[in-house]
Structures are given as structure tokens and as C-alpha cells.
Design a protein around this ligand. Structure first.
Ligand SMILES: N[C@@H](CCC(=O)N[C@@H](CS)C(=O)NCC(=O)O)C(=O)O
Length: 209
């Protein structure tokens, strides 16, 4: 069985939706670097970065990095909707997954932990690092919106791994509010993904209203 190390309101939600879509049994272990009462020591043994999502595979192998996990599940379960079956859609979905991980998820990490990126930063410097990263994050989402069309989902007729990661990573750091002004059609796509019956129950667990 798969073991997903994750936490409420975190990026593990994207992998949880994917595991549901693959129809495979899995268990969740609550672990987060910012939550000392979680299974963070167990997580660190598998992923020294202490980051989630981290997925332990049925054969005991460990996968980290949200994009890699989603691509792996898409390849492992080709009849699932995680990756589009046809080219060029599949290539673009892989590009989109890596784009989000490299350009958006990474900026969130800077916003959350500015001290990791600026030596001896006092509060005012940390705030400036946060502000710069946030502006860059919002710009990177605008570029994503322009580069990845929705038909009506980012993965085509049904939401796939790219949709799951986009919907989850856009929950943070004012991204949705920014896109409401800058790219309203893309915001509507994100809301469509979030409200899809395969996605909504996981979102409700992670972000209860
Ligand atoms: N590159 C990783 C980033 C994962 C990440 O930053 N996860 C956050 C939670 S949403 C985390 O665990 N942060 C804790 C830390 O960096 O200490 C990915 O794409 O999966």
C-alpha cells in the first residue's frame, strides 16, 4: 500500500487527489516540518528535506517532489486521468507540472522561510524577501495562465495531475485574489477544478469552509 506523508492544507492534497483517481489503497501519515507533534522524525528518515508530499511506494521506495510523484503515478496507472494519454498534450502536462514546482511552489517556500534565503536577515529584510517572492509568484502564475490553455481543464476533458497541482499551489500567498484581477478566466478554471466531484471532497478535508 502507498503511504503519503502529508498535512492538512499542504501540497500533499494534490497527491491525495491523484491516489484517489488511481483507485489504489493508501494511508496518510500526518507529518509537517512546522508541526513538532507530527511524524516529522519518520518523515525526515525518508526525506531529509523534511518536505511533504513524500510518498512511500508499495515496494518501499520513496518518492519526493510533487511533480515527480504525479508523473510517476500517471505512468504507473496509464488508464487513470493523471496524465493525458495522447501527445502533444502529455508533454505539455509534464512541462506544466515542472513549471509549477520550479516557479511557483519554490516561491512559496521562500515566502514561508525567507531566513533560508538571506543570511542574517532581520524582520524588515525578511519582509522584503517575502514581498519580492510574492510579486514574482504572482507574475509566474500569470505566465502559466497564458501558456497553458484550459480545454476545459488544463489536462483536457477531465482534470489530471496538472490540474490538481495548479489548484492546490494556487491556494496560497494571495494567488487566487491576484488572478481574479489579472487572469479572471484562469481563476474560473481553478475554481472549476476545485469543484470537480473527484477533487472537491479532498479540498473540503484540507480547506474546510
Ligand atoms: N519541491 C517540493 C516542495 C514541497 C514543499 O515545499 N512542501 C512544503 C509543504 S506545502 C513543506 O513541506 N515545507 C516544509 C519545509 O520546507 O520545511 C515539491 O514540489 O513537492
Amino acid at each position: 500500500m502507498y503511504t503519503l506523508f502529508g498535512f492538512q492544507g499542504s501540497g500533499s492534497a494534490a497527491v491525495e487527489i491523484a491516489l484517489e483517481r488511481c483507485g489504489v489503497p493508501y494511508r496518510i501519515v500526518n507529518a509537517a516540518s512546522w508541526e513538532p507533534n507530527s511524524a516529522v522524525a519518520e518523515l525526515e528518515k525518508l526525506n531529509p528535506l523534511r518536505q511533504i508530499p513524500t510518498l512511500q511506494l508499495p515496494d518501499g521506495g520513496v518518492l519526493t517532489e510533487s511533480a515527480a510523484i504525479l508523473i510517476h503515478l500517471g505512468l504507473e496507472f496509464p488508464s487513470s486521468p493523471i496524465l493525458p494519454a495522447a501527445q502533444p498534450e502529455r508533454a505539455q502536462a509534464i512541462r506544466g507540472l515542472v513549471y509549477i514546482a520550479a516557479n511557483c511552489y519554490s516561491a512559496i517556500s521562500i515566502i514561508d522561510f525567507p531566513e533560508r534565503w538571506c543570511a542574517d536577515a532581520d524582520e524588515s529584510i525578511k519582509e522584503r524577501v517575502r514581498r519580492g517572492a510574492r510579486e514574482r509568484l504572482h507574475q509566474n502564475w500569470e505566465i502559466f495562465a497564458d501558456q497553458f490553455p484550459s480545454q476545459p481543464y488544463l489536462s483536457g476533458a477531465a482534470p489530471g495531475g496538472l490540474d490538481f497541482l495548479a489548484a492546490v499551489v494556487s491556494k496560497w500567498s494571495g494567488t487566487r485574489a491576484h488572478l481574479g484581477n489579472a487572469r479572471p478566466d484562469f481563476l474560473a478554471t481553478l475554481e472549476r477544478i476545485e469543484n470537480h466531484p473527484a477533487v472537491a471532497p479532498v479540498f473540503a478535508r484540507h480547506w474546510p469552509v
